[in-house]
Design a protein around this ligand. Structure first.
Ligand code: SAM
Length: 257
């Protein structure tokens, strides 16, 4: 149960305070905390926020949070799987969490496309944080970087070692802040296209795009040339903006046919 739910509890009060400081909530803010666990972060969020909605899947832990001291009237406990919630029912919120590492990616994928959040501060497995905040030309840069970068700007704030948790996880952690770009949703074909390109990481762009689209190789070569992209570059060398341009040109080209 513990392992399945990623129950590595933060025990370092200084780290919990630092995360709450980075959330920087004020009395007019509602903070949604995912997986409050034993409440080490919840307590500190309650000191500053107008209200906290704490979504905990584990019934025992959720019950235990009812005993949290101080300002408990502004704490709403939701004993549910966060992945089952309809996030539109929240008003405009800030998200905060020491995320369960096993569910971090689906939780982020669920939150980012929604419009009713301003910022999110998440503790994550360091490798996942590196993938989110990666720059082109690195091995961490990939589909998830582009996915997150489409909806939000993300920055790593600080790292946390395993000794800050009980039980100590096998991996290091990083705290990442997301700021919502509040952009319209992408063309439904955009992310499948990006995923298909990165599934061909070792191929050059001419071959990767050829596998990811219906266009002929000479047409793809023309598209890449028109954006100033060398066909020999690999998917990891292409910036978010360049992918957007490639996609727009390819789909524009296909629609024009
Ligand atoms: N916030 C606490 C802390 O920092 O000590 C607990 C963090 S622990 C890494 C992750 C918490 O998320 C656990 O309490 C776990 O029960 C809860 N959890 C796991 N999956 C969840 C889900 N899908 N929805 C809501 N809570 C979940």
């Amino acid at each position: 149960m513990r392992q399945k739910l990623g129950q590595n509890f933060l025990t370092d009060i200084n780290v919990a305070q630092r995360i709450a400081d980075c959330v920087n909530a004020s009395l007019s803010d509602t903070v949604v905390e995912i997986g409050p666990g034993r409440g080490i972060l919840t307590q500190r969020l309650l000191e500053k926020a107008g209200s906290v909605i704490a979504v905990e899947i584990d019934k025992k832990l959720s019950e235990r949070l009812k005993t949290l001291p101080a300002r408990s009237k502004i704490l709403e406990l939701v004993n549910k799987d966060f992945l089952d919630l309809d996030l539109k029912t929240f008003g405009n919120v800030i998200y905060a969490s020491n995320l369960p590492y096993c569910a971090a990616t689906p939780i982020i994928e669920k939150i980012l496309p929604t419009r009713n959040w301003d910022r999110a501060v998440f503790m994550l497995q360091k490798e996942v944080a590196q993938r989110i905040c990666a720059s082109p030309d690195s091995k961490e840069y990939g589909y998830f970087t582009i996915y997150c970068g489409y909806f939000a700007s993300a920055e790593t704030l600080f790292d946390v070692g395993p000794s800050a948790f009980r039980p100590a996880p096998k991996v290091s952690s990083s705290v990442v802040r997301f700021a919502n770009k509040k952009v319209p949703g992408p063309d439904p074909a955009f992310f499948p296209f990006i995923k298909a390109c990165f599934s061909q990481r070792r191929k050059n762009m001419l071959n990767a795009v050829s596998r990811a689209s219906l266009l002929s190789k000479p047409d793809i070569a023309n598209v890449l040339k028109s954006i100033g992209i060398d066909t020999d570059l690999r998917p990891e060398n292409i910036s978010f903006e360049q992918y957007r341009d490639i996609f727009d040109k390819i789909y524009g080209h296909l629609h024009a046919k």
